[in-house]
Design a protein around this ligand. Structure first.
Ligand code: ZN
Length: 259
């Protein structure tokens, strides 16, 4: 008798846990591609390649560099935004926030926000930490300024985002560039496949992308093209959604709060 009751309780507990796990898992993986710094290759290569495959992305721009040598211009940024890409805040001066006080960090993020608004870019709510380093003063400033997320750029801890543990102020990311564990399409593909298999949020970060790129913060545009072709194929098969960072954050928060 007692044994039966105990078994019944164990069964109910496992059912409860299964429901909990199920509610914390997304219906399918979301892939968020973002490009950092607003360098010239963003407009010349990243934008046309991703657009060719119908994949939206987020461009994190350093506002003090817009229009300077080697960087995109405001009209190019506006054009990308108008055609559906998300523009993100990557600070005004790209300072290393380590050891900086709250006011310095707040001003660096706010100065970028003011420049975006002055260009008519009133929907810039995503932030990427300069040098990919999370900082508690920066998180406080982001909240005070009404921004909605903070993206990292390193993968020491984890490479995937799951609703149950999702932190909108620290979006886990994979850096897609030379000399990393994900330095080519062939190396990145297993991570994409794992994201598909586990319905994960996968954030892929790009820096300079151009044909034949050889530097450490660079990627050959052919590798991006192969990746874009694969992602669009997965999307057409209904296995993933490729979205901007804000949409990816929205979906993960939605699944995180599901009862
Ligand atoms: Zn940067």
């Amino acid at each position: 008798m007692w044994k039966k009751i105990l078994l019944c309780l164990v069964f109910l507990a496992s059912l409860f846990l299964a429901i909990q796990v199920q509610s914390a898992q997304m219906d399918k993986s979301v892939v968020m591609i973002s490009s950092d710094d607003g360098d010239w290759t963003l407009y010349a290569h990243v934008y046309p390649i991703l657009r060719k495959y119908g994949l939206p992305f987020t461009a994190y721009v350093i506002t003090s560099r817009v229009g300077t040598a080697g960087y995109t211009t405001w009209p190019q940024i506006w054009e990308m935004h108008w055609n559906g890409e998300e523009i993100g805040n990557h600070s005004d001066k790209h300072l290393d926030y380590t050891g900086k006080n709250y006011t310095t960090i707040y001003n660096d993020i706010n100065n970028a926000k003011i420049k975006f608004v002055n260009q008519g870019l009133i929907n810039v709510t995503s932030f990427a930490y300069p040098f990919g380093v999370k900082n508690s003063n920066a998180v406080k400033a982001l909240k005070a300024l009404g921004l909605t997320s903070g993206r990292g750029a390193w993968d020491e801890n984890d490479q995937f985002n799951y609703p149950a543990t999702f932190d909108q102020w620290w979006i886990e990311s994979l850096s897609f560039r030379n000399f990393t564990k994900t330095g080519s399409f062939t190396q990145l593909k297993p991570y994409i496949d794992e994201a598909v298999a586990t319905n994960a949020g996968l954030s892929i970060v790009l820096h300079l992308v151009y044909p034949g790129a050889v530097g450490a913060y660079e990627l050959d545009s052919a590798e991006l093209e192969k990746t874009a072709a694969y992602l669009s194929q997965l999307e057409a098969a209904g296995l993933i959604e490729v979205v901007t960072v804000t949409r990816g954050v929205t979906k993960q928060l939605h699944y995180k709060i599901l009862p």
